[in-house]
Design a protein around this ligand. Sequence first.
Ligand code: GN1
Ligand code: MG
Length: 367
Amino acid sequence: MTPQLQTIARQFQPQSEITDICAWGSGNINHTFRVCCTDEYCDRFILQRLNTQVFPNPGGIMQNLQVLCRHLQGKLQSEPMSQHWAHWQVPEVLCVADGGNHHIDATGDCWRAIAFIDGHTVDVIKTAQQAREVGRGLGTFHQLLSDLDPTQLVDTLPGFHITPEYLALYDAIAAQTEIAPRPEIDYCQRMVAARRQSLAGILETAKAEGKLPLRVMHGDPKVNNIMLDTQTGQAIALIDLDTVKPGLIHYDIGDCLRSACNPLGEETPNWQAVQFDLERCQSLLAGYLAAAQNFLLVNEYDFLYPAICLLPWELGLRFFTDYLAGNVYFAVQDPQQNLRRALVQFKLLESIEAQATEIQACIAASH
Ligand code: GN1
Ligand code: MG
């Protein structure tokens, strides 16, 4: 716990003593810490330094967070006994002394704090019950927000989960980059080229044609952003809410599945062995649709399978582009990491495609 961090943490909890600060979680974008203090009502909180390169409008992010929390709290109070959200938790924003919702430190970095939610997350799903709860958690989140007008939220990350824009960026970077031929690079290039026509625009075209409605999306519902109750294993919250914005919930569903149904995890070096796990997919979709069937429109079911294919392709494309660009977006431990991550996603997509019939049967069986 450095004196600088302690000074920053104190801005959000000036009345009490800060007793511990440790690095927390495994995000690729923001820096996250858990702070312990002596306050009677709030003895732990999450402190984050926002990556303002990625999120240039931290004020907009905090405003969104507050709109979201107010809406969620209103729903929980008006229908507290709903079976899906009986134990749901809302991550509250902690203010600084002047009432503001973030703090700019002496070096210009932007910090914010959020109440700690007592629970746990998993990086890799181990049981069918976990898969079901992860799905139910995302479905509950979407259901709770299904009556929040998405235009109440600022688009804090323009282009985020707009696949054709990632493809345009890839084309621009690839055109300027000398790439030494290697089998892994060649495989990524072929995975992009072979699916760019059929996949890249599939959700955005449906949105433009009015087949899919604009809703509130989480943006990053990978499995370790779904908080589970430590005793019961029930989903109790979605965390990492910076990417919540108007969009298509299909990006969320595809993202959640590509993360939850990859038993080797997105960081495995053993990319050739990556497989999409059908049992996890079945349990997750059953959990998701149990909550989401209350609001999902008929058309929205038709785009579930395309979304399950699209998201690993999109993330593979994003990782590969960042590798070619010199690792400027996703934090890396070594220069090859983003290439390995891309290979994992592309391999996952091949496994999804090989099980298309079974996955479509899971979707049909869940509603
Ligand atoms: C980034 O930082 P983190 O891990 O929450 C990224 C997601 C990716 C994810 C892959 C704002 O999320 O879109 O799916 O890495 N977030 C942003 O691990 O780009
Ligand atoms: Mg995130």
